[in-house]
Design a protein around this ligand. Structure first.
Ligand code: PMP
Length: 425
């Protein structure tokens, strides 16, 4: 293929998605053809290092051979039966999930948002039946800047105007507090409060790590006031932060845990709401469900996925290589003058905060893609790096080397321009 035909190939796939698809995304101009572990190839044969891993869904690396084999084995047996019957993979998966999370029960769904919806329903019913709040009066506290998904109920308590604009009427029963600020949680609590729903690190808000001690105080506050602490680890869970679960960094145990993304091993969607029996058992037959939730194929893959995390020590790898990634990015920060305001994160989950006076995160993401590194911006200023947990020192060196090039190019161009001032450039 010559260069012209190659570009035409990319353009034709982009044009088809734009013409026939709803325009609810603004993808980076890369047409992915295939992928393996931490590498992705586009339709024109160009190679990329995946520093994004589908927003943490591909923590095991693309097409992990053990996960593909587990899927193939199950595909010779049965894939979907609905929960009208029992199966041979769901029970073993739930048993393993209980062993790794420490929660007695789990309710499987498909997407992260569905597991969050499950948490909301559970919290409200618990608030009514166990805590004694009048039905319809239950209130859930949520953080400003939260991201918990895209359903009409969940966007009702987003503080991001573009998520809500034109989608009213919004659901009630939620009140806000400032992430990391106990005083605002105390002020928002009433006798109608049944739960606090919170991310352990605010991902979409820009990988915001809470102040030390905050979760400990929040745990104590919830205990004193008989409030469920519900931890949304759809993005943070399963090793992303260098521990199995981010709550372990805080020395606490929540009352319920929400998992998604990486639970499907990067192959298919499966999510779960986990809690002990005294909370979970507010669900009774017919009160909740999902046709595909916990299907035989997804359960087989998810069970193998948990074993792979354990056997390949991917959580430990995330802790070690996460420190290396953060340290390497901080070196670039020093080299790039004032272009980078902050490098923050935990494990292999890092946000690089760009000075908006000098560049948008999106333009740097596009430059990185052009040079073979996949990342993604969140909001205008933050570039997110969250590679598969199978990443190596060598690949981090390559990816960060390219990021350094992109940043230094930007700083050079800016300092050559008489209208823009760049400190220390
Ligand atoms: N909760 C959190 C913390 C998330 O980061 C996300 C997705 N980014 C969701 C829920 C929603 O997951 P899904 O897109 O699978 O519905």
């Amino acid at each position: 293929m010559n260069a012209k035909t190659m570009a035409a190939t990319t353009d034709s796939f982009v044009a088809k998605e734009a013409q026939y698809g709803a325009r609810n995304y603004a993808p980076v101009h890369v047409v992915v053809d295939h992928a393996l572990d931490c590498k992705v190839w586009d339709v024109e044969g160009r190679e990329y290092i995946d520093m994004m891993s589908a927003y943490s869904a591909v923590s095991h690396g693309h097409l992990h051979p053990r996960l593909v084999a587990a899927a193939q084995r199950q595909l010779k047996k049965v894939a979907v039966t609905s929960r009208a019957y029992y199966g041979t993979t769901l029970g073993p998966f739930l048993e393993k999930l209980s062993q790794v999370t420490g929660f007695e029960r789990a309710l499987p769904m498909n997407t992260g948002a569905e597991a969050v919806e499950t948490a909301i329903k559970c919290a409200r019913r618990w608030g009514h039946r166990v805590k004694g709040i009048a039905d319809g009066q239950q209130q859930i506290l949520v953080a400003r800047g939260n991201f918990h998904g895209r359903t009409s109920t969940i966007i009702s308590f987003s503080t991001e105007p573009s998520y809500q604009d034109g989608f009213g009427p919004l659901a009630s029963g939620f009140a806000h507090f400032d992430f990391g600020d106990m005083a605002s949680i105390r002020a928002a609590t009433t006798d109608r409060t049944c739960a606090v729903l919170i991310e352990p690190i605010q991902g979409e808000a820009g990988v915001l790590v809470p102040p030390a001690g905050f979760f400990g105080e929040l745990r104590a506050w919830c205990d004193e006031n008989n409030i469920l602490l519900i931890d949304d680890e759809v993005q943070a869970g399963l090793g992303r932060t260098g521990r199995w679960f981010a709550f372990e960094h805080e020395g606490i145990r929540p009352d319920a845990l929400i998992l998604g993304k990486a639970l499907g091993g990067g192959l298919l969607p499966i999510s779960a709401f986990c809690a002990d029996a005294k909370v979970m058992d507010v669900f009774t037959p017919n009160s909740h469900g999902s046709t595909f939730g916990g299907n035989a194929l997804a359960a087989a893959v998810a069970l193998e996925g948990l074993k792979v995390l354990e056997d390949e020590k991917l959580v430990e790898n995330s802790a070690e290589l996460g420190q290396y990634l953060i340290a390497s990015l901080r070196e670039v920060q020093v080299q790039a003058g004032s272009l980078i305001r902050e490098v923050r994160g935990r494990g292999l989950w890092v946000g690089v905060d760009i000075d908006p006076a000098q560049a948008t995160a999106r333009e740097l993401v596009e430059r990185l893609a052009a040079k073979g590194v996949l990342s993604k911006e969140t909001h205008e200023t933050v570039i997110r790096f969250a590679p598969p947990l199978t990443i190596t020192h060598e690949l981090i060196d390559q990816a960060v080397g390219i990021f350094r090039e992109v940043c230094l190019e930007k700083v050079r161009v800016a300092s050559a321009s008489p209208t823009v001032e760049v400190a220390h450039a």
